[in-house]
Ligand binder design. Structure first.
Ligand code: MG
Length: 343
């Protein structure tokens, strides 16, 4: 427990502590889907996080939920991501298979409670129970748990965001084009909506308008559906809605359309040969550096060396590597040459 701040709510304070953490700043150097060597247009994990926070705030304010809490949760949601996105996560999970595995959701809690040491009067960031418990819910994904409505809003905002920006990034990078995408009902309908207002729009202007429409359409759908359901439930508070098992959802129609778009993106983008190639190389190198550091723990920074007795050698190495940006990882890999004959 600590005294409350004179003019910031506890969730505003959480938000600021997350914002000022080094794990948060490093999101700018971490892959969302596409790596830095593929260009500089696409989202990093930091810009993705800000898009999620922006949409989560819009939804929370319109539904009269706690906007500060939603913002803190959104800024926190990807803080535990290792370098190289889900490929990096899969690689670290494989490295730590016999030592409890690795999940970015779990790691965010380790970051907040143990790794960030910025305040002399307490360990970690001392975030509120609401933020920590919501992150536990993300990590455990128990089917019967009903997260805070603000946490559910952040999940909805996350999904709205990546469906829109992965489409945008993939077209901009030339992995697919809008003509191909127009086979997907959701995209076809968005293009139609855009063309109703701007009949002759094409090329990059169409791509940009399509992304705006994809976000606006999804946000409006989630708002309409949940505003109606919450009104109908006649709840006196968000806590009461949660106790009643309330689930934040898009409409059935949008849920189906999103699933179809995501299936398409999975095959055409996430499994694109260019991405698979980058991913395979990153995974191979992560494995090499992990094995090297386990064999040569004196190369770990002091902070992580000191964690070995309590945490175990492999987990201490995993915690260190999870904090790396893509670029820092490459630098360390070049410097230590774990795959080279020098070992
Ligand atoms: Mg996310």
């Amino acid at each position: 427990a600590e005294p409350e701040h004179p003019y910031r709510s506890v969730y505003q304070r959480d938000r600021d502590r997350i914002l000022h953490s080094s794990a948060f700043r490093r999101l700018s150097g971490k892959t969302q889907v596409f790596t830095g060597d593929m260009g500089d247009y696409h989202r990093t994990r930091l810009t993705h996080t800000y898009e999620v926070a922006s949409i989560a705030r819009t939804l929370s304010r319109a539904l009269r939920l706690n906007e500060d809490l939603a913002e803190a949760l959104a800024l926190f949601h990807d803080v535990g991501h290792p370098p190289f996105g889900h490929a990096g996560e899969a690689a670290l999970h494989a490295c730590l298979r016999d030592h409890g595995g690795f999940s970015h959701n779990q790691h965010a809690l380790t970051v907040a409670e143990e790794i960030e040491q910025r305040y002399p009067n307490f360990p970690g960031l001392n975030l509120t129970c609401e933020v920590l418990d919501s992150q536990v819910a993300r990590a455990e994904r128990a089917a019967d748990s009903v997260p805070l409505l603000e946490a559910q809003i952040v999940d909805a905002a996350d999904s709205i965001t990546y469906d829109a920006h992965d489409t945008d990034d993939a077209v901009k990078l030339g992995l697919l084009n809008i003509e191909q995408l127009a086979d997907i009902p959701l995209i076809a309908r968005m293009v139609q909506r855009v063309r109703r207002r701007f009949a002759t729009i094409d090329g990059s202007a169409l791509r940009k308008a399509l992304v705006h429409e994809l976000i606006d359409y999804q946000v409006s759908d989630v708002l309409r559906v949940n505003d109606a359901a919450l009104t109908q439930g006649n709840y006196s508070s968000a806590a009461e809605a949660r106790q009643g098992g309330y689930r934040v959802r898009p409409s059935q129609e949008l849920a189906e359309e999103k699933a179809e778009l995501e299936r398409y993106l999975y095959l055409a983008v996430y499994r694109h040969p260019r991405l698979l190639e980058v991913r395979a190389e990153a995974q191979q190198r992560l494995r090499e550096l992990f094995d090297f550091l386990v064999g040569h723990p004196h190369h770990l920074p002091e902070f992580f060396q000191e964690r070995i007795p309590g945490r175990g050698l492999q987990r201490a190495v995993g915690d260190y590597m999870a904090g790396m940006t893509d670029r820092f990882f490459r630098q360390q890999y070049e410097r230590l040459r774990p795959g080279g004959t020098g070992g």
